[in-house]
Structure formats: C-alpha cells, structure tokens
Design a protein around this ligand. Structure first.
Ligand code: FES
Length: 102
C-alpha cells in the first residue's frame, strides 16, 4: 500500500470533487465540509466518470443513469438494479497536502 499525493487542500473546495489518476486507476477525491474522501471514479453500472456527475450532501449521482453512491463509504445508495459498491480509499492530510492510500 502506498500513500500518493493528489494535490493541495485548497485544490478541492468544500462540496466539490475531482478525478485523479493513480497508477492508471481513476479515483474521485471529494471534500465534504472540509473532510476528504476518496473512492473509485468509474461507475460500476456502465463506466461513467462519477466526478462528472453531481455531489450533494456526501452523495454522488452518476451523470449517465443516476446511480447514487455514498462518497464516504463507496456504498451504492440508490439504483433500480443491483450493481457493485465503489472501492473506497483512506485519505490523509499532511502539511496542507491531500494524500490517498492505495
Ligand atoms: S453509468 Fe453510472 S448509472 Fe449508468
């Protein structure tokens, strides 16, 4: 497991999310009220980039067909079909930098 720097705290304002690439994997990093969370960016339904969807109250809504995932746990919250949860990752803040453990 490695700790990878993904940017400065100020790069992702509260209520926003951003896609980062780590070792060829697309990961979404979100700032929820000053706390950072990370999960896979690729929707488990049909592969949309979730960072292009919407983020509201800690819930990511996929821009393609509306699947809702909890961005803190990666768990699927709402979708008519059973699809996989997202893998979530631990984040660490050090010296104003955001790291994701992968
Ligand atoms: S690709 Fe995300 S809901 Fe279909």
């Amino acid at each position: 497991m490695g700790k990878i720097i993904v940017g400065k705290v100020s790069d992702i304002p509260s209520g926003k999310m951003q896609k980062v690439s780590i070792d060829g994997r697309d990961i979404l990093v979100a700032n929820i009220d000053g706390v950072f969370y990370a999960c896979d960016d690729t929707c488990t339904h049909a592969g949309a980039s979730l960072s292009e969807g919407a983020l509201e109250g800690g819930v990511i809504t996929c821009g393609w067909h509306g699947a809702k995932f909890n961005c803190m746990s990666g768990k699927l919250e709402k979708f008519p079909a059973k699809i996989r949860d997202l893998k979530s990752y631990r984040t660490v803040i050090e010296s104003d930098n955001v790291f994701v453990e992968v």
